[in-house]
Design a protein around this ligand. Structure first.
Ligand SMILES: Cc1ncc(COP(=O)(O)O)c(C=O)c1O
Length: 408
């Protein structure tokens, strides 16, 4: 694919501008649009029907997603945040409990812990943007926390074999927040398959897009049955295809509140064709990411996080550190923005857009005790990689970043 920026660049480094909208979401495939229109014409938008429900799209999506990552069960919900909350509920987490979670994550993750009534305690993040396993070990020992909710934030995956072994040694359950790792693996095993529960997002800026949506996966019968009941199945759990036997529901029926966190038929209908496209999307994202690494890798004052050879990521965004004091990073961000390149910064004092950090989540217990991570995140910049980026765009991004880094 070519665009204007693929032509030989005539503009000088100080004149060049980036004109593409990095926040432009991926469109819905035509098959998804046609199915949603069909559903709208029928009026059948709720996943459960008293009569004539047939094979509702969420039930089919659940089977397809579970199969795609080798999970026994999948439950579709209204958001990834909803799946994280329900995951904690199925493990009996509530007031008085401490849940460990990653410092490098987004607000819905500590939000889900607060929603369950528990206290979130942060685990340090390494300079390579993954969970600090020594700090995890120490904090599991000192708090006796029953759950570690690890966030594979921006697709950076810790050594999950080592991480799981630490959780097992302390008798702690592992929940994986895979909002940014759909399609990704550690050492050949998909993320979401290393712990008891994996939670995925289908929010607009994730790897598949239905506006809002979440998918919970597990191999555990009781977790699956509880999740279906918490999501709000009324007496229709029989309309799920990805579910354990009725006898498992009998153990939980009448004891689980209905939180109304279901996925709608329309959301599932637009997701099913995107799931089929995911391997192709992942290859494109990783090719573009590699191009941007080439462009940004040699720039003075910038550092890219190291990736482990066992990490099979899906790089729908790129992160880099600007190794400078905060005022100079702010000037760098402004210089890029002046040329149309809008870069996000995790060290920003007042949160903007989707980007915030742990120092902004005033409801967490203070002090946060993760100074090292906050210093790391204070220098971290972030850029989304839309699928329609071209090689020429990557070159322009490299030139703008290089010029901004050299002049601020
Ligand atoms: C790292 C991370 N985890 C979880 C979520 C929650 O996803 P959702 O918006 O589907 O609730 C997000 C959302 O942006 C996220 O970035």
């Amino acid at each position: 694919m070519t665009d204007a920026t693929d032509r030989p660049a005539a503009a000088s480094d100080t004149e060049i501008r980036f004109t593409k909208d990095l926040s432009r979401p991926e469109p819905i495939p035509e098959a998804g649009i046609a199915r949603v229109v069909e559903l709208m014409r029928s009026g059948r938008l709720h996943r459960y029907g008293e009569t004539g429900a047939g094979d509702p799209d969420p039930a089919l999506l659940e089977v397809e997603f579970a199969t795609s990552i080798g999970a026994r069960w999948c439950v579709a919900m209204s958001s990834c945040g909803a799946t994280l909350f329900v995951a904690l509920k199925t493990l009996g987490i509530g007031p008085g409990d401490t849940v460990l979670t990653s410092t490098f994550t987004l607000a819905p993750v500590p939000g889900a812990i607060a929603h369950a009534g528990a206290r979130a305690l942060l685990v340090e993040t390494t300079p390579e943007l993954t969970a600090d396993l020594d700090d995890l070990d120490r904090k599991l020992a000192s708090t006796g926390a029953k759950v570690f909710l690890v966030s594979h934030m921006r697709g950076h995956i810790a050594d999950l074999a080592a991480l799981r072994a630490i959780c097992d040694r302390h008798g702690a359950a592992l929940i994986e927040d895979c909002a940014h790792t759909m399609g990704a693996s550690w050492d050949g095993r998909p993320t979401g398959r290393w712990g008891l529960i994996g939670c995925f997002s289908a929010q607009t800026y994730k790897h598949i897009n239905s506006g809002e949506g979440g998918l919970l996966v597990t191999d555990d019968d009781d977790i699956c049955a509880q999740a279906i009941l918490y999501a709000g199945s009324y007496m229709f759990f029989g309309q799920h295809r990805s579910r354990p036997a009725d006898a498992v529901f009998e153990r939980w029926r009448g004891r689980i509140p209905n939180f109304s966190l279901r996925m709608s038929n329309a959301a599932a209908a637009m997701l099913r064709p995107q799931l089929a496209e995911l391997p192709r999307r992942a290859a494109t994202w990783n090719r573009l990411h590699a191009r941007l690494v080439e462009e940004l890798g040699g720039i003075e004052g910038l550092r890219l996080p190291r990736r482990d050879a066992r990490e099979q990521f899906v790089a729908s965004s790129i992160q880099f550190f600007v190794e400078r004091p905060a005022e100079r990073i702010a000037a760098f961000i402004d210089a890029c923005a002046a040329r149309g390149l809008h870069i996000k910064w995790f060290g920003v004092e007042t949160p903007v857009g989707f980007t915030s950090n742990a120092s902004h989540w005033g409801y967490l217990a203070q002090p946060l005790g993760v100074e090292r991570s906050l210093q790391t995140l204070g220098r971290l910049c972030d850029m989304r990689i839309p699928l329609d980026l071209t090689d020429g765009d990557c070159r322009v991004i490299g030139r703008i970043v290089n010029t901004a880094a050299g002049t601020t």
